[in-house]
Design a protein around this ligand. Structure first.
Ligand SMILES: Cc1ncc(COP(=O)(O)O)c(C=O)c1O
Length: 479
């Protein structure tokens, strides 16, 4: 045992005060654009700079090291952060996370997280209500949209395979249908379930990257003709690259006709149901069998925090029809809603409902509707700037807070894709903005997700100016 008491409450109190001060200073700096949106360091250099050895005895200063992590991270609270679909988290949500980490109640079973379990249940019930699911709906919280989609699709498989596949396994070639814009985790889920490369069938999308019903019918017929048993259709709401919403209502009609499970991947876009101004994009979502909804994308919570919601809550017991007599009462699984480990991939699990419950209680549900509306206002502002500029091209009219565009300097007749990639690299090196890129039908586009409600219109004008300056300074010969 070392001579330092690692569990000393006073040392924790002192370190905590220093840490919170440092984090609050970070919020001031990032919010005031006084630090880079990204401090871009090559992986090899980072590897060299950070000690790889750990001392045998004590000596490191946790707070100093943590604040260095903060300084060197991508600053999602910086108004120039317009990159991936990662939220600008509510600072107080981090306090909830800290608390859950300290008490470390694992939540597989009710005894290890009693209030936490009920908080999760209330959050899930509220989310089901937002989607328009009725009595008997339910679900769980889990770690991320990828795991959430897999969990929902496991339930779909069990419900539509035609036999007890969890117990018996299968030799039958099963499949799901999802648009060619679906997040890669859908294809990954099909492969994890043993369906192979043909298990996730890509349905072609229209000019706005949305699943077409005619194409869905054609893809379904072809799969059946090839001997596949299709169990589910996945509607992307919205897609990752362009934020396009598949038409849920029409897909629900198709699923009803063919007795297929309808899963909505609403990892990003389910939050659009929160506002009357945006919920039309999800018309028909109340007819879905399951919906995945990330709270760490459009609900401003820290990663990861995902709801897997079922119109018929009993379905959530089918994803993992596992027996574990040392943990669960196996006589009636449905009566054991309070042992969430039965319905999640995780056994020990972070108390995700605590953060969600506390934020909903503290700020009120309307706050989250306004959050979505604000991010859409910013997106439309950027769209207007791009459309008005002769030297920019818009990929597709945005339905969500994701906007793809590219810089087309007048008279530039060289490799436009290469230009976008080089511009992006230079913008990241400058550090005032963080944006990403995506390939759409073979062409490279700059991609922005407007995630930070504190981004201003001036920031957006500044972004286009920065892109122009980056291209112009080097006479388009960026390297
Ligand atoms: C539509 C969609 N589904 C699933 C995911 C995966 O979610 P996660 O990163 O939480 O695993 C993403 C992530 O961007 C997404 O956009």
């Amino acid at each position: 045992m070392s001579d330092i008491d690692a569990y000393d409450p006073e040392a924790f109190r002192a370190a905590g005060h220093r840490l919170i001060d440092g984090l609050a200073d970070h919020l001031v700096r990032a919010g005031g654009r006084d630090c880079p949106a990204i401090s871009n360091v090559a992986p090899e250099r980072m590897l060299e700079e950070l000690p790889a050895r750990f001392p045998a005895g004590p000596g490191g200063d946790v707070v100093m090291r943590l604040l260095e992590v903060v300084r060197r991270s991508t600053a999602v609270h910086h108004p120039g952060y317009v990159g991936h679909q990662v939220s600008t988290p509510l600072p107080q949500a981090a306090l909830a996370e800290l608390t859950s980490a300290l008490i470390n109640n694992g939540m597989a079973i009710y005894e290890m997280g009693q209030m936490q379990t009920v908080m999760e249940r209330h959050v899930v019930a509220w989310m089901c209500g937002v989607l328009g699911f009725g009595d008997g709906s339910g679900g769980i919280l889990t770690h991320g949209g990828s795991l959430g989609n897999l969990t929902a699709l496991l339930a779909a498989r069990q419900a539509r395979a035609g036999h007890d596949i969890w117990t018996e396994g299968t030799q039958q070639p099963l499949a799901l249908l999802a648009s060619d814009q679906a997040h890669y985790c859908i294809d990954r889920a099909a492969r994890i379930m043993g369906w192979g490369a043909g298990g996730s069938i890509a349905v072609p999308t229209d000019g706005r990257f949305r699943m077409g019903i005619d194409e869905l019918e054609r893809s379904h017929r072809r799969a059946v003709d090839e001997g596949r048993r299709v169990v589910a259709v996945v509607a992307s709401c919205c897609s990752t690259a362009t934020g396009s919403f598949d038409p849920v209502d029409a897909i629900a009609d198709f699923c009803a006709e063919h007795d297929l499970w309808l899963h909505v991947d609403g990892a990003h876009g389910a939050s659009f149901a929160l506002s009357e101004r945006t919920r039309d994009r999800l018309r028909g979502v109340e007819r879905a069998d399951s919906v995945v909804w990330d709270l760490h994308k459009m609900m401003a919570l820290p990663s990861l925090n995902t709801a897997v919601l079922f119109r018929d809550g009993r379905r959530s017991y089918e994803a993992f029809a596992q027996q574990a007599s040392y943990l669960f009462d196996d006589t009636d699984p449905g009566s054991e809603w309070f042992n969430v480990g039965r319905r999640t991939m995780e056994c020990t699990k972070r108390a995700l409902g605590v953060t969600a419950y506390c934020m909903l209680e503290a700020y009120g549900t309307a706050h989250f509707a306004r959050h979505v509306e604000r991010l859409m206002e910013l997106t439309h502002r950027l769209e207007a700037l791009v459309v008005a500029a002769a030297d920019f091209e818009l990929a597709v009219e945005p339905e969500a807070n994701i906007l793809c565009f590219r810089h087309v300097p007048p008279g530039f007749d060289q490799d436009l894709d290469g230009l976008q990639a080089r511009i992006r690299r230079r913008v990241l090196d400058n550090g005032r903005y963080y944006l990403v890129q995506t390939r759409l039908r073979g062409r490279l586009w700059l991609r922005t997700s407007l995630m930070n409600p504190n981004t201003t219109e001036d920031d957006l004008e500044g972004l286009l100016d920065e892109i122009r300056a980056t291209a112009a300074n080097r006479g388009h010969r960026l390297d």
